[in-house]
Ligand binder design. Structure first.
Ligand code: ADP
Length: 322
């Protein structure tokens, strides 16, 4: 029995019948293959020259055939992953089930402070559903290269449909609302959900919280970020995770990177006139120590204020999906 695809797109356009062409192009260099695919699509859509130019920009700058992010790359966020799995992945696996009352959600809103993994989740959902990924930000919409934002959105949806299954990710949708982009139907992560107007909020039927990482998640993040690094015996990930209370996941990556630079910094403090190219490898290649992490934590303050994190928690208590 051939599977009928569900009638409405949610975050991915699972109802659309054209499979991505890019996956089937073999034996050409990736760039050439992609360009040829793009040109074939543009020809098929019968766009005027101005639209063609715009569409080319979208395809080369906003679109990714493969985001390279997998669920396993994302620490914690089990609830968000489960909700996304039901809202996006399941309809792509058993589309017949997602019919009538069970039609897929029109839009999914990922809500949380910056740097907590919203973009990663959307990208992983694209990988999981073998979808094309379109990442659109407010700066793309306002860029002079793209001109009229209404036209841009129309073309974006047209291309996403043509390359279906597709996921369109609107980053910081709250700032886009002020640019009157109102005709969208897909995923919108946002930093400030309270700025979304009522009508918009209603269309985003699933609202998923992506919080600041808790202790267990912080340990997982450290495990992921430091998996290929040599650590001194005095580094205890659990203790380190305790010290990073209130840090976003992105903040934690920065602390780890900063700690990894400490050997070089210390060497240059001791040897201010050293010729950088002549620093012996053994000086640079030392394991990262507890002291390095402590210095890094001092260098890299958390970027989300507790009172701001609290506002998200309150908003999601009122409007969040379970
Ligand atoms: P947001 O979209 O919420 O602002 P991102 O998904 O862009 O945040 O995350 C920024 C960076 O922080 C990622 O590229 C990744 O390095 C790291 N990161 C954020 N959240 C996670 C997570 N849950 N697991 C692993 N890395 C994360």
């Amino acid at each position: 029995m051939s599977q009928r695809l569900p009638p409405r797109p949610c975050i991915g356009s699972h109802n659309l019948t054209t499979r991505p062409v890019i996956n089937h192009v073999v034996g050409l260099s990736q760039d050439k293959a992609i360009n040829e695919t793009y040109e074939a699509i543009l020809k098929k859509l019968k766009l005027d020259p101005e639209e063609k130019k715009l569409a080319r920009n979208i395809l080369s700058e906003v679109h990714k055939a493969d985001t390279g992010v997998k669920w396993a790359d994302i620490a914690g966020l089990t609830e968000a992953k489960d909700l996304l799995f039901e809202a996006i992945v399941l309809p792509s696996i058993i589309p017949n089930y997602f019919d009538k009352l069970r039609r897929p959600w029109k839009g999914v809103l990922l809500v949380g402070p910056p740097g907590t993994g919203k973009t990663m989740l959307a990208k992983a959902a694209a990988t999981e559903t073998s979808s094309n990924f379109f990442n659109i930000t407010s700066s793309t919409l306002t860029s002079k290269w793209y001109g009229d934002s209404e036209k841009l959105i129309r073309l974006l949806f047209l291309l996403a449909k043509e390359l279906a299954p597709s996921i369109i990710f609107f980053d910081e949708i709250d700032s886009m609302c002020s640019h009157r982009v109102t005709s969208t139907d897909v995923t919108r992560p946002t930093n400030f959900p309270w700025d979304l107007d009522e009508a918009f909020r209603r269309r985003l039927e699933k609202r998923i919280y992506v919080p600041i990482p808790d202790l267990t998640t912080r340990v997982s993040l450290l495990t992921i970020f430091l998996q290929n690094e040599r650590l001194d015996g005095d580094v205890k990930l659990n203790d380190l995770a305790q010290q990073l209370d209130g840090y976003s996941s992105a903040d934690i990556t920065i602390v780890c990177r900063d700690a990894a630079f400490m050997n070089l910094r210390r060497y240059l403090t001791r040897n201010p006139t050293a010729n950088i190219r002549d620093i012996p490898d053994r000086e640079l290649d030392k394991p990262i120590s507890k002291v390095d992490f402590e210095a890094a934590i001092k260098n890299c303050p958390k970027t989300v204020r507790p009172e701001d994190a609290q506002k998200f928690t309150e908003w999601i208590r009122l409007y969040g999906s379970k």
